[in-house]
Design a protein around this ligand. Structure first.
Ligand code: ATP
Length: 302
């Protein structure tokens, strides 16, 4: 699989300056959504798993997000795109409890929620996988998966960790996600970038995660490892997990996602099922350009 960075795609876009506006229908947030998966089209009405309504975030004098709406459904992979500084990370940090919105509301499973910390968000099943994976290199794979949440028995005020059980649970969880490692006893520092990413994802999903947020999951990976991580994202979807991927790589977005949303300068810019858009259009969104039909749809909902 080939991969391309934002600079490459920007160059390509510039070469396509005569690119004809395509006649795509851009779907914005409505109660009845069309979900297209692979070769079939299903029309469903469903409550989004996680929503943000009218979220604004100030950092002193800087407005990182202005009145942003967001939603993701169970079993959906959503690509979040936008140029540097568009507000992608800030929105994800709000969804995962690291930041609180200055204004606006988060809604989880149809109920208003307040995630005062990542721990509170995690207790609701929302996990973030960071770019540096946040793993302990000297510890084996299985200990990393359950680090801080080890199975065990309470004796007095202490928990006696059951390492044998932890090891078994780790192996079963990796099998469920179709992640193949030589041994769960291998220290993480011996693993490749792709395997570390897989362990970080296994850790994030070890306790019934409902939403997994990934910030540039393939950015640090060798090309041959990218496909495995994208396939792992598809496996999570099969288990009903909502996956949100910030990515600059069009190949990743168009391989693994069902829908893409674009932020531009801290505001909603576009949102469409992947089957209803194309790479050039999405690259245009990143740079703040819209096709004729997209503009009409946008005007209609604003
Ligand atoms: N902790 C912070 N303090 C002050 N300003 C911040 C902070 N975090 C983000 N910002 C600002 O908010 C805006 C949005 O930043 P954010 O990191 O969310 O963008 P991004 O789309 O994730 O960009 P990138 O692709 O470069 O990571 C930027 O102007 C950024 O400088």
């Amino acid at each position: 699989m080939s991969t391309e960075g934002l600079d490459d795609v920007k160059q390509k876009w510039n070469k396509h300056s005569n690119h004809k506006n395509n006649q795509q229908n851009i779907l914005f947030q409505t109660d009845c959504r069309i979900l297209k998966r692979e070769d079939r089209q299903v029309s469903v009405t469903q409550t989004p798993l996680l929503e943000a309504k009218g979220v604004t975030k100030y950092f002193g004098a800087i407005t990182a997000l202005r009145n942003v709406n967001f939603h993701v459904n169970a079993g959906e992979a959503l690509g979040v795109v936008g140029d540097n500084g568009a507000g992608k990370s800030t929105l994800m940090k709000i969804l995962s409890g690291l930041y609180q919105p200055s204004e606006g509301q988060l809604i989880f499973e149809g109920q208003p929620v307040h995630f005062s910390s990542p721990r509170v968000a995690r207790n609701s099943g929302i996990e973030m996988v960071y770019q540096d994976f946040a793993l302990a290199g000297n510890l084996p794979i299985y200990e990393n998966i359950y680090l801080g949440r080890e199975p065990g028995t309470k004796v007095g005020g202490l928990t006696v960790i059951d390492r044998a059980r932890e090891r078994e649970m780790a192996q079963a969880h990796l099998d469920k996600l179709k992640i193949h490692v030589k041994s769960v006893d291998q220290p993480v520092e011996e693993l490749s970038g792709g395997q570390r990413q897989a362990v970080a994802i296994a850790r994030a999903t070890a306790f019934d995660a409902k939403v997994v947020i990934m910030d540039e999951p393939t950015a640090a990976l060798a090309i041959k490892e990218v496909g495995k991580v994208l396939d792992l994202i598809k496996t999570l979807k099969e288990h009903g997990v909502a996956v949100i991927i910030i990515s600059h790589r069009m190949d990743d977005i168009f391989y693994a996602c069902d829908r893409v949303m674009a932020l531009f300068q801290g505001t909603n810019f576009a949102d469409a099922p992947l089957v209803e858009t194309n790479r050039n259009e999405v690259i245009g969104w990143i740079m703040g350009t819209k096709g004729h039909t997209a503009q009409l749809a946008h005007d209609k909902v604003h």
